[in-house]
Design a binder for this molecule. Structure first.
Ligand SMILES: C[S@@+](CC[C@H](N)C(=O)[O-])C[C@H]1O[C@@H](n2cnc3c(N)ncnc32)[C@H](O)[C@@H]1O
Length: 362
């Protein structure tokens, strides 16, 4: 395996300083003295991928595989996002001349690499707990650092970012509030977070009415139950506006896009998306399910693969399946005053809504 950059372990004498461990959301001085150069090279030989149910996983914790099939699937997912966003890589504003960007759970790195081409002056950290063997993370690019880091641990980046991007991480974290709080601390005032997800376990796939009692529903419910039991929810609550605002983000905005799944759409763009969506779903059924279901102890491998097979048959022939993608952005307040204004505005809106409800009742 190639060498990539890894975040330094914090030894006893390297405990984060008070500034690092309790970063002030309103100050951008915390990072001034330190620099990204404190990362060091480390061999990926320390990684211990595991083989399970015929799939390769980066480690023993995360539920999705990181083998060739998953790599190809994620490449297609990336292309789908590009179509949905009209060729754009993000919905967040990026107005600084030399933006610092962090991609958490970068996977094969398609997003980070395209971002680096689109913003050659940007400095990008693409971080993940594992490496895809033939992923683009092995390319050496002047403005992208691939780093190994578990985002659930304490973040040790030494300079704040203009944009933090988190895509496709449903089910990866047991505490999203912790992730958002750390992200807020590691953004510059006025910097943005963008979180995007679509997960069949999160009921993001709308079925035509004749599929109301479908294998797909059984599949989604089983995944949610097993994930809840493991403490890594797949309910997509992390995409609620309140999840970001409770962590201190302001200007929280949500956008939704639809991906048709299947060959049924007539419009050319939709048909292309439909084919891509179908491949991604069919290829993803086992990837999403095998580790989650078999580890819950309630499903044998045979039962889990049989369920996936039934869902596959159903989805191939269904007309009208649509997956809903949710993209949420939030801004780190520029100042305490802005944060206070935002809280006041939200409170006033709530009071207005309550008053309106009261009037209607009368
Ligand atoms: C479904 S992939 C999405 C990859 C990429 N964001 C994309 O949109 O193509 C999820 C990625 O998150 C990584 N991941 C999962 N848990 C993580 C964690 N705790 N810290 C860092 N990365 C994590 C996985 O290794 C995997 O590469």
């Amino acid at each position: 395996m190639d060498d990539i950059f890894i975040q330094p372990e914090l030894g006893p004498s390297e405990e984060p300083s008070e500034n690092e461990s309790s970063l002030d959301p309103d100050s951008d001085n915390d990072f001034e003295a330190a620099s990204i150069k404190s990362t060091r090279s480390c061999s990926t030989e320390n990684l211990q991928p595991t083989l399970e149910n015929g799939r390769r996983y980066a480690d023993d914790s995360y539920f999705m595989p990181n083998d060739e099939s998953e790599l190809t699937r994620l490449n297609i997912v990336h292309q789908i996002y590009l179509i949905l966003l009209d060729g754009n890589l993000t919905t967040a504003p990026l107005n600084t001349p030399r933006p610092r960007i962090l991609d958490i759970g970068t996977g094969p790195g398609d997003w980070a690499i395209e971002m680096s081409a689109k913003h050659p002056t940007a400095e990008i950290i693409a971080s993940d707990l594992g490496v895809f063997d033939s992923g683009l993370g092995h390319l050496s690019l002047p403005n992208v650092d691939f780093q190994l880091a578990d985002a659930q641990s304490q973040w040790t980046y030494h300079e704040p970012f203009d944009l933090i991007h988190i895509r496709g991480l449903s089910g990866a974290f047991n505490d999203w509030h912790n992730i958002y709080t750390q992200a807020l601390s590691h953004l510059k005032p006025g910097g943005y977070i963008e979180v995007a997800d679509v997960d069949p376990a999160g009921d993001t796939i709308t079925m035509p009415s004749d599929l109301e009692t479908s294998h797909l529903r059984t599949y989604a419910a089983a995944l949610r139950a097993a994930a809840d039991e493991a403490g890594y929810p797949r309910d997509l609550k992390h995409l609620a506006t309140t999840a970001l605002s409770e962590a201190g983000f302001v200007d929280v905005r949500v956008q939704e896009r639809s991906i048709p799944i299947g060959l049924w759409p007539e419009d050319v763009r939709e048909k292309t998306l439909g084919k891509m969506g179908l491949i991604v779903l069919l290829e993803g059924l086992e990837a999403y399910a095998l580790r989650t279901l078999t580890r819950s102890g309630r499903w044998s491998l045979d039962e889990a693969t049989e369920l996936c097979e039934k869902v596959r048959g159903e989805c191939v022939s269904a007309t009208g399946l649509v997956a809903r993608v949710r993209i949420v952005t939030g801004k780190k307040p520029v100042s305490f005053a802005q944060r206070r204004e935002e809280v006041m505005a939200r409170t006033m809106a709530r009071i207005k809504a309550l008053n309106a409800d009261g009037l209607e009742e009368k």
